[in-house]
Design a protein around this ligand. Structure first.
Ligand SMILES: Nc1nc2c(ncn2[C@@H]2O[C@H](COP(=O)(O)OP(=O)(O)OP(=O)(O)O)[C@@H](O)[C@H]2O)c(=O)[nH]1
Ligand SMILES: [Mg+2]
Length: 332
């Protein structure tokens, strides 16, 4: 699927019609499902959508989010409470322990569901991962569960691989939900599956919205972002595949993203998270931690002390510094 960089932070009709062309033939054939661009536009003015019917009102998976009228509105998120996320090594080791399975803290795959009413109510808080198909949602979750390889999370280079909402229990601490992607080869019932979950799931405490850093924020991402705003629960942007492009492209895409977050969001955590992480994001003590003093998690060496794979990801030191400044600019 061709990727189009975000030229402006606002979405105008030409953008939407360009996005229209990005849909694959499979999704274009689903005109009968009736969720067209027109039904997307009315639920957001904050991104400057100019609402007009698309030619022919063709329904496409890419833009098949719509405003559910019956879902309750929530209060805006108070972002003054948000602080820069810069955990200490101790905090990270503590959180890593959460992802180590033990008899008293079982991590397992729980259930897959095509509809919300197929999902039993679960008490623990839930976090879910949404984003375009192939952006890396399942890979991120697989990474989270890397200390419990018995928990199978399926990843594929073919877009549209995850077809259902997959629930993974992390003891009684929380539940992780891997969502199908929107856009290219999204499942037919994506809207009926994902939207009711996002709007009505009571114990959903955080949504992670993944964006492909090598292509930047796409129209479909803006629509998803606008939906997150509409839902008014805290959400976090995660930028994936930053290893797939040059530092110049990455900087441009991150600046665009930063701009969108600053100017068009009220519920989004101001700091985007990069994947794979940059060397510069890691605290110095992690990089020079003496091998014989590696923190132990259930008797194993902590992953946190392994040499970062991405040390040369951004060619020059200057780019790294610029990125750091850019990402932490909300500090000053
Ligand atoms: N280079 C690179 N590849 C990645 C990264 N994250 C994921 N991938 C690859 O991207 C492809 C898609 O990953 P998935 O995790 O299956 O993507 P998804 O978002 O779950 O996709 P759907 O289930 O189709 O919605 C796989 O081939 C991954 O190996 C990344 O950060 N960098
Ligand atoms: Mg997936």
């Amino acid at each position: 699927m061709a990727a189009e960089p975000l030229a402006q932070t606002s979405v105008s009709r030409p953008h939407l019609s360009a996005a229209h062309n990005m849909a694959d033939s499979e999704s274009k054939s689903e005109t009968g499902r009736g969720r067209c661009l027109v039904s997307v536009c009315p639920w957001g003015s904050s991104l400057g959508h100019s609402c007009a019917p698309s030619p022919g009102g063709v329904s496409i998976n890419l833009l098949r989010f719509r405003k559910p009228r019956c879902f309750p509105r929530r209060k805006s998120v108070d972002r003054t409470q948000f602080q820069l996320f810069h955990p200490s090594l101790e905090d990270m080791v503590k959180s890593e322990k959460l992802f180590c399975s033990s008899p008293s803290h079982k991590i397992d795959y729980y259930v897959s569901a095509e509809r919300l009413d197929h999902v039993p109510a679960l008490k623990p808080p839930e976090v879910c991962f949404i984003g375009r198909s192939n952006v890396g949602k399942s890979s991120l979750i697989k990474g989270l569960f890397s200390l419990t390889p018995e928990v199978e999370v399926r990843v594929s280079k073919t877009p549209g691989h995850t077809k259902k909402m997959n629930f993974f229990r992390v003891g009684r601490a929380f539940t992780v939900v891997d969502m199908p992607g929107y856009g290219h080869r999204a499942p037919k019932d994506f809207v009926d599956m994902v939207e009711p979950y996002l709007y009505t799931r009571k114990n959903l405490v955080r949504t992670f919205l993944l964006v492909d850093g090598s292509v930047g924020v796409q129209k479909a991402d803006l629509i998803a972002l606008e939906m997150c705003e509409e839902i008014r629960r805290p959400y976090v942007m995660v930028v994936t595949k930053i290893d797939k492009c040059g530092s110049g492209t990455l900087l441009t895409n991150l600046l665009d993203l930063q701009d969108v977050v600053k100017t068009h969001t009220t519920s989004c955590f101001p700091q985007p998270f990069l994947l794979p992480p940059l060397l510069g994001d890691l605290p110095a003590e992690m990089l020079h931690y003496p091998r014989n003093r590696e923190p132990q998690v259930n008797g194993h060496c902590s992953q946190l002390t392994r040499a970062p794979r991405t040390s040369t990801m951004l060619g020059s030191h200057a780019s790294k510094q610029l990125l750091q400044r850019l990402l932490f600019s909300n500090k000053t």
